[in-house]
Design a protein around this ligand. Sequence first.
Ligand SMILES: CC(C)(COP(=O)(O)OP(=O)(O)OC[C@H]1O[C@@H](n2cnc3c(N)ncnc32)[C@H](O)[C@@H]1OP(=O)(O)O)[C@@H](O)C(=O)NCCC(=O)NCCS
Length: 187
Amino acid sequence: MTSSLSGRHQDEQERVAVSNEEVVITAPQTADDTRWLITLWQEEWGGETMVSHGQVYGLADLQALVARCGHELVGAATYRIADTGCELMSINATRQGGGIGTKLLAAVEQAALSAGCHRVWLITSNDNLNALRFYQRRKYRMTAVYPGAIDAARQIKPTIPLVGDDGIEIHDEIELEKRLIEKGASV
Ligand SMILES: CC(C)(COP(=O)(O)OP(=O)(O)OC[C@H]1O[C@@H](n2cnc3c(N)ncnc32)[C@H](O)[C@@H]1OP(=O)(O)O)[C@@H](O)C(=O)NCCC(=O)NCCS
């Protein structure tokens, strides 16, 4: 994951709590859900691909979850499972600060556990202080920094912005992980 395009305006966004209606997380269910996802990815990630560690992934090829509040879609996450790791590839809440992201992340972790994963990991961009806060508050730990990795990714995906949140230049990937099953523990 890199910085979301709209994230640049995050400071200006009102932190809107989701209404009392329950947020429900499911896999996408209809053609409308799929169309909504494609629009979200275009608007938030500058296209339907994601570059992680130099690998290009089509978001539509990944496993996805959507968050629904009443009839409205209010968030989505995509992830991929390889061996005993689950990489969170994207996560978005259309109304921030209302608990949607927390629910989506918990659902990805549950899916990872069900698939036998020991950990969920992700990359974010150096400017995304909101995401760094969000994940660390949810027990994710920084495991690596890849200086210049997003500059390299930008060669592959030119829509990655040069400047991200808070006017910070985007250059580096930061990797975080949460261990679902501690090393050495029996599964
Ligand atoms: C990162 C992101 C997905 C988090 O989603 P979110 O829905 O805003 O997250 P939450 O609302 O669950 O949690 C944020 C805070 O709101 C608070 N919150 C939760 N429920 C709430 C409610 N009903 N009312 C008010 N605040 C609430 C939480 O306590 C949390 O604070 P904390 O971290 O101190 O615990 C969202 O900010 C986003 O879409 N960012 C842009 C895309 C992006 O950068 N994705 C990550 C790339 S790596």
